[in-house]
Write a protein that binds this ligand. Structure first.
Ligand code: FNR
Length: 345
């Protein structure tokens, strides 16, 4: 019995004392996740992927890129992962349906370290389908989804919530969530109607952290509290949470996770592009992420040149990285050719 229990827990992702890249639509694709890990993030969440779309995907082993791709019927790669992030990548989904959530979790479970359910997104596209923050007013649905996932897959299950209007309601909800057997709960310290400009409620996160034993991940501290690496610890201490999750601070400069101090955004953008080319990232996604890092400079002549680029090759030209582009694509092309040759034998 003991052996069986150990086999099930050994190697499971632990959510205590971790610095985590938050889930971010469009931002949290493979290049950003790998970069955040390189700089020191312990765990990286992918962007939220909607269960209905994921359920239609096929799992494809991409031998040229050495990735696992989840490909939609229209050929779009919805989720791409690789061994460099294995054991540290959390798959976040948007769902309002326990069975569909389970089907998607089973589809990805062997390629990810944990599965998370987004219960905080206040955008209409999420809430009108009963997903995201709409779940916060339906605790029975939350329990049904999380219990189904916890029972149905062998990987840890987590969820990410926003706070409710009172501390008491928030604590009660989190206690109910804890009972489902989740491995961690990320708490974005804002109510669903609050925007990023509103201050984060550290007192709510603290009350939650004090009342449950499951690891609590504090979120919402970018810009108010977390501007550089040392501030991560300040945020952890002011919330009493186990772990800290960063979204905007990491989107603006993922080297915020670097203990030795942040690198210049220009260097980070070059390192981002290196991954984007190596993993054949969608160029519009690459551009979007680079624009988030450029921030005010997006309107500069340089920003406008980036904006005009349509391919990863053109993006590389803007950044003076043509040599890197040519070298990487030649390597990928030669791998493709040798795979083709061995298939033809
Ligand atoms: C987000 N956020 C978010 N949350 C989530 O659970 N799933 C998601 O896919 C997204 N997408 C997303 C995209 C972008 C561009 C931003 C800026 C934010 C919310 C995010 O994870 C986080 O909860 C908030 O940004 C607060 O944390 P910070 O920014 O203060 O660290």
């Amino acid at each position: 019995m003991m052996k069986v229990m150990m086999a099930n827990t050994v190697g499971r992702l632990c959510f205590r004392q971790k610095n985590i890249l938050a889930p971010m639509v469009r931002v949290g694709t493979l290049p950003m996740r790998l970069l955040a890990l390189d700089y020191g993030a312990d765990i990286v969440y992918c962007e939220e992927l909607i269960d209905i779309k994921m359920a239609q995907c096929e799992r494809v082993e991409n031998d040229v890129l050495q990735t696992i791709d989840f490909v939609a019927p229209d050929e779009r790669v919805m989720f791409r992962t690789c061994s460099k992030e294995s054991g540290r990548v959390v798959f976040q989904m948007g769902t309002a349906d326990p069975e569909r959530a389970l089907a998607v979790a089973k589809l990805v479970e062997n390629d990810v370290a944990a599965v998370d359910v987004n219960m905080g997104c206040p955008k209409e596209y999420s809430t009108k389908g009963g997903m995201g923050s709409a779940l916060l007013s339906d605790p029975e649905k939350i329990e049904a989804i999380l219990t189904t996932l916890v029972k149905g897959i062998s990987k840890p299950v987590t969820c990410k919530i926003r706070i409710l209007s009172t501390i008491e309601d928030t604590v009660n909800l989190v206690k109910r969530i804890e009972k489902t057997g989740v491995a961690a709960i990320a708490v974005h310290g804002r109510m669903k109607d609050e925007r990023p400009r509103h201050p984060v409620h550290c007192d709510y996160i603290q009350a939650v952290a004090q009342s449950v034993s499951v690891p609590v991940i504090a979120n919402g501290g970018s810009s108010d509290i977390v501007k550089e690496f040392e501030d991560i610890e300040t945020f952890r201490e002011s919330t009493g949470a186990s772990s800290v999750m960063l979204a905007r601070a990491a989107m603006w400069n993922p080297s915020v996770f670097r203990q030795q101090g942040a690198l210049s955004v220009d260097q980070v953008m070059q390192e981002y592009i290196t991954y984007a080319v190596r993993y054949d990232n969608n160029p519009f996604n690459t551009k979007y992420c680079l624009c988030q890092m450029l921030r005010d400079r997006v309107e500069s002549p340089f920003g406008k040149r980036l904006h005009a680029a349509q391919t990863n090759q053109e993006i590389c030209e803007v950044f003076g990285m043509t040599e890197l582009f040519n070298k990487t694509t030649a390597e990928l092309e030669s791998r493709r050719a040798s795979l083709q040759a061995s298939e033809d034998l």
